[in-house]
Write a protein that binds this ligand. Structure first.
Ligand code: CP
Length: 351
């Protein structure tokens, strides 16, 4: 061979191996589609935790771990979504989910548009599907949707040509919340499998509870639900959870205590005698928390109703509560979801 017999005439001169300045300049201008990363998530949309495998969930959590580190740097900016357009379409109020999806998209280099539904043509009677088809004509790559009706996000995903992420649909699913909860647990406890997690409160109206039950079950955790009978859906035991109506018994030996608020906006009629009585029986205070393991973590997806489902002192206890960490993990998880879905987007022009 040329290199072995000392004849290196076939080897390229060193200079020609250098990347020309112009090529470097062009590389900097390459869109995410041109420098596409290998796929890690075999789904076009993220509509729920249902249908995801443990491997799918682990791939998203592993990628999110890298974004936690990126988000702790002074320069948080990446470019995997450069050239991509992301629309946040929120038909319901949100603080955490909408702002973290916006930050996530911007930190990955996407053009992010927040659709203000209050000032959109929805107010003039435009249907949900017409709104989606109209936005689709603007060639977005990713649409993030929150809607009050269960199933609305899946319906919209069938009407558009881009990837869709469910940011919460009615009492159905909130997959990125469950993923960020899982990331928080995995980083704190080093694992999810084998942990005992108690989800406490208004399970009936909670999409967070449903997504968490599915995810934690898929990852091998033992899940308990603790609530008055009025706030539990019929057939909850079919989800493979243990049901408790007593906080002290339900929290016995738990690793994770996940509190949920009373979703008053989804209630018609009275589900609890009074908020004061509800706190007495189901609100998390130090006395009830004392029944969980000494190192049990307290979680809450927010927004919190202090003094209703959780005592303020417990919520703010930095030795027990990871509520603020959940918010931090939310940005990283949403970056991972956007990145993973964008890797599956087509490279060619779509007309
Ligand atoms: N946890 C959650 O979905 O919060 P937001 O309603 O503020 O988005």
């Amino acid at each position: 061979m040329a290199a072995e017999n000392g004849d290196n005439s076939l080897a390229a001169p060193l200079d020609t191996c250098r990347i020309p300045e112009s090529a470097l300049y062009n590389a900097a201008l390459m869109t995410s589609a041109e420098k596409q990363l290998p796929p890690i998530f075999p789904h076009r949309h993220l509509l729920g935790i249902e249908g995801l495998s443990a491997a799918d969930i682990t791939a998203l959590l592993d990628l999110a771990d890298t974004y936690v580190e990126q988000n702790r740097q002074v320069d948080k900016k990446g470019s995997v979504l450069r050239g991509r357009t992301q629309i946040n379409l929120f038909f319901e109020a949100s603080t955490r989910t909408q702002s973290s999806f916006e930050l996530a998209g911007k930190r990955l280099g996407a053009d992010v548009m927040n659709m203000s539904v209050g000032s959109s043509s929805v107010k003039k009677g435009e249907t949900l599907i017409d709104t989606a088809v109209t936005l689709n004509a603007m060639h977005p790559d990713l649409i993030i949707i929150r809607h009050a009706s269960s199933g609305a996000v899946e319906l919209l995903s069938q009407k558009v040509s881009c990837s869709v992420v469910n940011a919460g649909d009615g009492a159905h699913e909130h997959p990125t919340q469950a993923l960020l909860d899982a990331l928080t647990i995995r980083r704190r406890k080093g694992r999810i499998e084998g942990l005992t997690v108690a989800i406490c409160g208004d399970i009936l109206h909670s999409r967070v509870a449903r997504s968490n039950i599915l995810l934690l079950g898929a990852m091998g955790a033992r899940v308990r639900v603790i609530a008055p009978p009025t706030l539990l859906p019929r057939g909850i035991d079919r989800f493979g959870v243990e049901v408790f109506h007593d906080m002290r018994k339900g929290l016995e030996g738990c690793d994770i205590v996940m509190m949920l608020r009373l979703q008053l906006e989804r209630m018609s009629g009275s589900y609890v005698p009074s908020q004061r009585e509800y706190f007495h029986y189901f609100g998390l205070d130090y006395e009830k928390l004392g029944h969980a393991k000494p190192d049990a973590l307290v979680m809450h997806p927010g927004p919190m109703n202090r003094g209703v489902e959780i005592d303020s002192a417990v919520a703010d206890d930095i030795n027990r509560s990871v509520i603020r960490e959940q918010v931090e993990m939310g940005v990283a998880v949403r970056m991972a979801v956007l990145d993973a879905l964008a890797r599956n987007l087509p490279n060619e022009l779509r007309i």
